[in-house]
Design a binder for this molecule. Structure first.
Ligand SMILES: NC(=O)c1ccc[n+]([C@@H]2O[C@H](COP(=O)([O-])OP(=O)(O)OC[C@H]3O[C@@H](n4cnc5c(N)ncnc54)[C@H](OP(=O)(O)O)[C@@H]3O)[C@@H](O)[C@H]2O)c1
Length: 278
């Protein structure tokens, strides 16, 4: 039997914008892509944290994905300097966790702005140039949380379910224009994510009725995950594969939980998740 043919890969240098490049997955990805010879623009609010990107020969831009002017400025600056954009990596994001009853609408709105409207707007801003080039890739960092659900995570899961639906729908609009839409679904990864989530639990907790769930989530949130390099590697593949997959799953529990969610009936999956939190 002949062995399967290897996936065709491209090593041409690309112009790449990475959001959320001041920490975790985004920082690791920016540094790895620079090592591969790409032209990388790391973007985030905390520009001082992106010094390693600058030191490695990359560019850094201030970007707040909940601020329209900031997004327009970042994309304009990149296009002015490079005249093209090959890859947008929509990675910036965070998880607000807490009971739906406890989370204020302002907190919910901010979660939606950062995880949904930010990447959607960045996508809008790069599309005209990518269409002109007749090529481009938009890589959206979703989560295993875009397929499964956990208690106290309703707003976060809602945003990642959106990212999946939005990315899949957009593929039907733009693939015939040479633009690939790719989803990355990380499992548990060791980054700044769990520290932010822990703060959100403390900030949002109000109604005593949910205390056992808050305590269980605090415990689960402290479980170690995979290193961010595991995700950076699949992002690199999504860039170099001549025809990228529509979704790449990687990191602790990502494939296992996906399989269980797809095979178990709803209530059996619910029971399993609740028992994992005890
Ligand atoms: N870690 C995990 O277990 C895990 C699992 C599944 C999916 N993910 C997803 O992976 C992505 C990256 O998270 P991470 O794990 O690397 O966490 P992280 O270390 O906390 O990094 C989050 C990044 O998002 C940026 N960010 C947050 N709010 C922003 C805003 N308003 N404007 C611009 N940038 C903003 C942060 O930069 P500034 O604060 O400097 O702006 C930071 O660079 C997120 O979309 C997350 O949902 C993570």
């Amino acid at each position: 039997m002949s062995s399967p043919s290897p996936v065709a890969r491209s090593t041409d240098p690309k112009v790449i914008l990475v959001t959320g490049a001041s920490s975790g997955i985004g920082l690791q990805t920016a540094l790895d892509l620079l090592k591969q010879g790409h032209i990388v623009y790391g973007c985030a609010r905390r520009i001082e944290r992106m010094e390693p990107i600058r030191a490695a020969g990359g560019h850094v831009l201030a970007l707040d994905v909940s601020d329209d002017d900031s997004m327009c400025d970042a994309v304009d600056e990149l296009l002015y300097s490079e005249g093209r954009i090959d890859v947008l990596i929509n990675n910036a994001g965070f998880a607000t966790y807490g009971a739906v009853e406890d989370i204020s609408m302002d907190t919910a709105r901010h979660q939606i702005e950062v995880n949904i409207l930010g990447p959607a707007r960045m996508t809008q801003l790069v599309l005209p140039q990518m269409r002109k080039q007749k090529s481009g890739r938009i890589i959206n960092i979703s989560s295993i949380g875009g397929t499964i659900h956990t208690p106290l995570g309703a707003w976060y899961h809602g945003t990642k379910f959106f990212v999946e639906g939005f990315t899949n729908a957009m593929r039907l609009e733009v693939e015939d224009k040479g633009i690939f839409m790719v989803l990355i679904a990380p499992g548990f990864i060791d980054t700044g994510f769990s520290g932010v989530l822990a703060k959100e639990l403390d900030r949002n907790e109000k109604a005593p009725a949910y205390k056992p769930l808050y305590d269980a989530l605090r415990h689960t949130n402290a479980t170690p995950g995979s290193p961010p390099s595991v995700i950076s590697k699949v992002i690199s593949r999504a860039i170099s594969d001549v025809k990228p997959k529509t979704v790449y799953r990687a990191g602790k529990y990502s494939k296992l939980l996906y399989l269980l969610r797809r095979t178990l009936p709803h209530r059996m999956f619910d029971g399993m998740m609740l028992s994992m939190l005890k």
